[in-house]
Ligand binder design. Structure first.
Ligand code: ME8
Length: 501
């Protein structure tokens, strides 16, 4: 039996509202999860929230709330956001949940017993804003620290350290022996470059509870709490453990953004090695979005509010734009003009127009009854479906959409070339009209199946308009000829209303 396919996203810091970058990552993971289900595999898709840390503690205090009350309120918003995106996650982790905290503590206790940690005194410069110690390398040419670090103070404190450095060569060997472990390959090369050119320092895993109390206490020293990564990264395993009957670990894919590669590709593998667990099969790294060529930033107002876009244009328009615009890997740039242009050209005039005119003509000329099977577009449909299947297996979501749109364009050209509206005027062309109408309706059906992981609502609507009762949720159904002769379709309706903007 196939092991369940286990896919995760980064867990988002709960110190604000979700933005475009968060939405993109979760949609990417959702499409991959849906695609694997569509390919017939059992899937477990995990997303969630990273709720501990100084920033959350400070934000809660500023809001006059306890950190837990603050997190509970925001967690409700983030869960509603996951619903808004129609994510098919099977669980939603919050790092403040007992099931996670207990797993972290038992892991820390075991690792401590096995000698993976030691206590040491560190003196250094500390940025509370970034929750990080700075080194001489972080100084600007004028000797000051970048203003983005906020106030930097000299700090001397005891902390616990994880013996990371001892595993440097093992990690290099492991990454070299597993070419797909970090994707895309240029991210893998960056990690290898870093590991080969720098000495791996041990990892500080704690903060004194006197300075930061919003964290998981170290089970072997109550004066300290776990610092960031031994809490956050462990979610992937604590939740796997929370579903013991599913045998989830190791994960198949961790989907993350480019800023947290080091934590996932350097710290996490060594942590897992210490925990005696196998490594995830792949760390899939996506790029970062800008808007109109500038950094997304709440303070400058340069933001994309996913909820506002979805409310105005529909969820599938939002999912389509981010997936079609940005391949998994490079950085992307959201432009409002680009969004409108893709909406109008590819959704309204492309897919929407094809489905609407195909089904409307079938309704008008044949009373909505599907004619006998005919295979003129079968090869085009098979090409799109074979390509989509292969590309989905390689997480090539953008390329899969391009292939699917190849079929959309071909079918729209077919309408123009065969001109069914002219055939309908000539009774001698009745058989030819039957053929054309079958090819168009069946292409719409195949498109619904191929589109389902990307645009689930649209796929469901196409099936509903075809009056097909099953869900278009298995890629095997993309095989040509699924629409039976004599079947009566339902009511056509525009999928993507044209907008005058
Ligand atoms: O890093 N474009 O949380 P986070 C694309 N809690 N992706 C973006 C982005 C942008 N403009 N901005 C952020 C954390 N992201 C930790 C993760 S995982 C065990 C702990 C991505 O809320 C970012 O790269 O800062 C990351 O993958 C995710 O959003 C959460 O970022």
């Amino acid at each position: 039996m196939n092991k369940r396919f286990y896919i995760t996203t980064a867990i988002d810091y709960v110190n604000g509202q979700p933005h475009l970058g968060h939405a993109y990552e979760k949609i990417v993971a959702d499409v991959i999860a849906r695609a694997h289900r569509s390919l017939g595999q059992e899937v477990f898709f995990l997303t969630g929230l990273d709720e501990h840390g100084q920033k959350v503690q400070q934000a809660a205090i500023a809001d006059g709330k306890t950190p837990q009350a603050y997190c509970d309120e925001l967690a409700a918003d983030w869960k509603a956001f996951a619903k808004k995106l129609e994510l098919t996650n099977d669980d939603f982790v919050r790092t403040t949940e007992p099931r996670h905290k207990e797993f972290v503590q038992s892991t820390l206790a075991k690792l401590n017993d096995a000698g993976h940690f030691y206590k040491a005194t560190y003196t250094g410069y500390y940025s509370a804003k970034e929750e990080t110690f700075l080194t001489e390398k972080d100084r600007l040419p004028d000797g000051k620290f970048d203003p983005s670090f906020g106030e930097v103070v000299e700090l001397k404190e005891d902390n616990y350290y994880f013996r990371l450095g001892a595993h440097q060569q093992w990690l290099i060997d492991t990454i070299e022996a597993n070419p797909d472990f970090i994707a895309p390959s240029y991210r893998r090369n960056e990690v290898l470059g870093f590991l080969k050119n720098n000495k791996l320092e041990d990892l500080c895993i704690s903060r004194p509870a006197a300075r930061l109390n919003w964290g998981i206490p170290l089970p072997f020293d109550k004066d300290f709490v776990t610092y960031v990564w031994f809490d956050a990264l462990v979610n992937y395993t604590s939740i796997a453990e929370a579903h013991p009957s599913l045998g989830l670990w190791p994960a198949d894919i961790h989907v993350i953004g480019k800023d947290i590669v080091k934590f996932h590709a350097v710290y996490w593998p060594v942590m897992l090695k210490a925990m005696g667990l196998p490594l995830p099969k792949q760390i899939l790294v996506h790029g970062w979005w800008q808007k109109e060529g500038a950094k997304i930033s709440k303070s400058t107002g340069n933001i994309v509010d996913p909820v506002a876009v979805i409310d105005e244009w529909g969820l599938d328009a939002f999912r389509f734009y981010v997936l079609r615009e940005l391949d998994i890997g490079p950085d992307g740039n959201w432009t409002d003009a680009g969004f409108r242009s893709r909406y109008s050209a590819e959704l309204a005039n492309g897919l929407g127009n094809l489905v609407n005119r195909s089904l409307s003509m079938l309704k008008r000329y044949r009373n909505g009854v599907v004619p006998a099977k005919h295979d003129e577009l079968a090869a085009d449909a098979a090409k799109a479906s074979d390509e989509t299947r292969a590309l989905l297996k390689q997480n090539q979501l953008q390329a899969a959409l391009q292939s699917i749109w190849g079929l959309v364009t071909r079918a729209n050209q077919y309408v123009d070339q065969t001109a069914p509206f002219r055939l309908a005027k000539d009774p001698a062309q009745s058989k030819r009209l039957d053929e054309v109408l079958y090819n168009l309706a069946e292409t719409c059906r195949v498109l619904a199946v191929l589109l389902r992981p990307f645009l689930p609502g649209t796929a469901t609507k196409i099936y509903a308009q075809l009056a097909l009762t099953e869900a278009p949720d298995k890629l095997d159904a993309a095989i040509w000829g699924g629409l039976p002769a004599g079947h009566a379709i339902g009511e056509p309706a525009p999928l993507f209303p044209r907008k005058d903007v």
